[in-house]
Each structure stands twice: as C-alpha cells, then as structure tokens.
Ligand binder design. Structure first.
Ligand SMILES: [Zn+2]
Length: 56
C-alpha cells in the first residue's frame, strides 16, 4: 500500500507509540517511535495522507 511505503521512506523502521483521533478527519492519527532509540520520530494519518517528521 502506498501510504506504508511513504512511511517507510520517511521514518524507516518504526514502532507505534500511540494512537489518537485525528483532529482533521477523526480517523486514527498514529505516533511512531524509532525502534532502537525509542525516540518519537513523527506522526501520520493515513486517511488525510498526512505525514509529519519530528526534527529535534
Ligand atoms: Zn486524518
């Protein structure tokens, strides 16, 4: 699926940190953490096609 490929490209290997309700569409907005560092890497909503990478 296209969106998963997009997430692979942006976030790499990741784990779901938590899921909240997307404030735009009401679908699942997923927060991801890096598998190794356990740091939050970004969030995404597959319904909105929204992807944001967190840069610290
Ligand atoms: Zn959404």
């Amino acid at each position: 699926m296209y969106f998963d490929h997009l997430l692979d490209a942006v976030f790499g290997i990741r784990k779901i940190f938590h899921v909240i309700e997307c404030e735009v569409c009401g679908f699942d907005e997923v927060y991801y953490e890096d598998v190794e560092t356990k740091k939050l890497v970004g969030r995404a909503c597959s319904h909105c096609n929204f992807v944001q990478k967190f840069d610290f």
